[in-house]
Every structure is written in structure tokens, then in C-alpha cells.
Write a protein that binds this ligand. Structure first.
Ligand code: GRF
Length: 204
């Protein structure tokens, strides 16, 4: 089976990174995680990458760059150097410049812990809970210049329980994310898609 190289960009815990690494390792997801980039020196995700033996693991310090574009350019160069086909955002908490987004057009994906287009933004789980929705979930989408608005690749639904807190709901959404993100990557590598307006039509 053809495998494709990916770069994963992280800022936090890295549990989605861990799920992708595990799925790849078990042969469920035909990707090689070749590069992991963090904008946070203390992101636990970096240790997950080290434990998994990822070849290139980098903390790229935003303070060392005068602006967003120069930071993103440094990331582009690393990703290009390692010939990564897909760029996978997994809890990457930095707005991307148009330079970065256009460079990886249709090859840059994100996962968001709500059913987009509802509850975009930094607190998708809390916003959905306080709005009172009975179902939430997670969305894998192409990244465009507007935050959380790119075309939707896949979604999974999670029911909201009466006694849910932000933490308990996020925990259940996470469990879905760990299945949905590797599975979507598998479809990207094995099937591909075309766009009909905003609609992602998977090849059969
Ligand atoms: C996930 O819930 C994801 O949807 C959001 O950030 C969180 C990252 O969690 N974009 P982790 O770092 O993968 O544990």
C-alpha cells in the first residue's frame, strides 16, 4: 500500500498525534509522520513524538521571528525539505498566514471539536455545551484563510448528556477524534476527492 508522508503541527497534549501514530503503526492509516513541529517548547506532544521515534521533531520559537509570515515561511521550508505531502494540524493553536495556507492548498487539514459550521473558534466544546445542543462532535476540514471555515472532509457525532461538563464532553469528542482523524487521512491517501463548490466529493 502506498504511504504518504505527513507533517503534524501541534501546540498541546498531542493525543490526536498519538492516535495518528498508533493507527499508522498498526497499518490502519497509510501515512509516515515524518515531521512534528510545535510552537510551544513544553508541549507534551513533543514527548509523544520522541517516544514514537519520529525523525524530525522541532520546536520553532515564534519569538525568533519578526512576524507571522516569516515564522510560517520557516515552517514551510522544514515541511518542504522533508517532502511531506499532507500538513496535519492537531491542536495547533496559532493562526496561519495566507502564505502558509496558500502554499499547502488542499493539502492542509485540521480537526475541530464541534460540528462546523456551528461553534467555530477556540472554545467549540464550551460554546456548544452552553448553547444547549443535544449533539456535538468533531469535524475534519481543509484549512482556508478564515478560521474553521474550510471545506468539510468528515464529521462524527457525539450526544450531549444532561450531566456533561466541558471536560466530560471534550473527553467523549476526543474519543471520536482518535478514530475520525486517522480514518480521514486514510481516505485522503487511498481515495482522494474533488471539490464541488464547498462540497467534498470522495472518489469511490
Ligand atoms: C482537539 O480537541 C482538537 O479538536 C482541537 O484541539 C484539540 C487537540 O487535542 N483542534 P490534542 O492536543 O490532540 O490532545
Amino acid at each position: 500500500m502506498t504511504r504518504q508522508s505527513i507533517a503534524v503541527m501541534v501546540s498541546g497534549r498531542g493525543t490526536n498525534l498519538a492516535a495518528i501514530l498508533e493507527a499508522a503503526n498498526k497499518g490502519h492509516c497509510p501515512v509516515d509522520v515524518r515531521v512534528v513541529i510545535s510552537n510551544k517548547v513544553d508541549a507534551p506532544a513533543l514527548q509523544i513524538a520522541r517516544d514514537a521515534g519520529v525523525d524530525t521533531i522541532l520546536f520553532i520559537d515564534p519569538k525568533k521571528y519578526p512576524n507571522r509570515s516569516s515564522y510560517d515561511q520557516a515552517c514551510v521550508e522544514v515541511i518542504q525539505k522533508h517532502a511531506c505531502h499532507w500538513v496535519v494540524l492537531a491542536g495547533y493553536m496559532r493562526i496561519l498566514s495566507s502564505l502558509f495556507v496558500s502554499h499547502f492548498e488542499h493539502r492542509l487539514i485540521n480537526i475541530h471539536p464541534a460540528l462546523l459550521p456551528s461553534f467555530a473558534g477556540a472554545d467549540g466544546v464550551g460554546d456548544a455545551l452552553s448553547y444547549g445542543v443535544k449533539f456535538s462532535g468533531c469535524t475534519v476540514h481543509l484549512v482556508s484563510e478564515q478560521v474553521d471555515e474550510g471545506a468539510i472532509l468528515a464529521q462524527a457525532v457525539v450526544p450531549v448528556m444532561n450531566d456533561d461538563t466541558v471536560e466530560s464532553l471534550h473527553q467523549r469528542i476526543h474519543q471520536k477524534e482518535y478514530e475520525l482523524y486517522p480514518e480521514t487521512l486514510r481516505c485522503l491517501v487511498e481515495k482522494g476527492f474533488r471539490l464541488d463548490g464547498r462540497r467534498v466529493i470522495w472518489n469511490s
